[in-house]
Design a binder for this molecule. Sequence first.
Ligand SMILES: [Fe+2]
Ligand SMILES: [Fe+2]
Length: 201
Amino acid sequence: MIKSTDVFYSSDYTQLTRDELINKVQSQMSEIRFKHVLGVEEVAVELAQLYNVSIEAASIAALTHDYAKERNPQEMQDLIISESLDLDLLQYGSEIWHGPVGAILVKKELRIEDEEIVNAIRYHTVGSPKMGLLEQIIYVADYVEPSRDFPGVDEARKLAKSDLAQAVAFETKHTLQYLISKQREIYPKAIETYNTWVAKN
Ligand SMILES: [Fe+2]
Ligand SMILES: [Fe+2]
């Protein structure tokens, strides 16, 4: 098994080396969030090998998934409007904005254009009815990386390695259950994710 720290970047996805990308990502966030990002990369690179996905793409998507998380909400709001993203986003909490906004900023500022990587960033917050393996890996790795600690995290970690789609379903169901228990608003696209990955038909 190749470790995240040993992933070599070929220039298929970025002209940057892993160290250069790490420096750019680190400059965008607090120490604690940067540690989370490295944890997501560690898990994503492991899952990529289990599910036969490019470890390079998994490393890049993981390192950049929270690139926009600490941007000023006003800047994110302006981008949602100027880039014609889903205007519904503005009705819901700003925590979900950094997925779609991050997809735009990673393209613009880091010149990472690969559609699967960009979509993995875009969908990591609320998922999507259609998610390929890389998108599923980032969605799940974000939830189970080593510094996460919540009831059920061990089961989620096991599922991630045994059945990725089940892990997506577990995460989606538990996140919605949590939001409902707190009487929080639910972004409609999160319900579409639930209907596809969790609900029985
Ligand atoms: Fe995030
Ligand atoms: Fe994250």
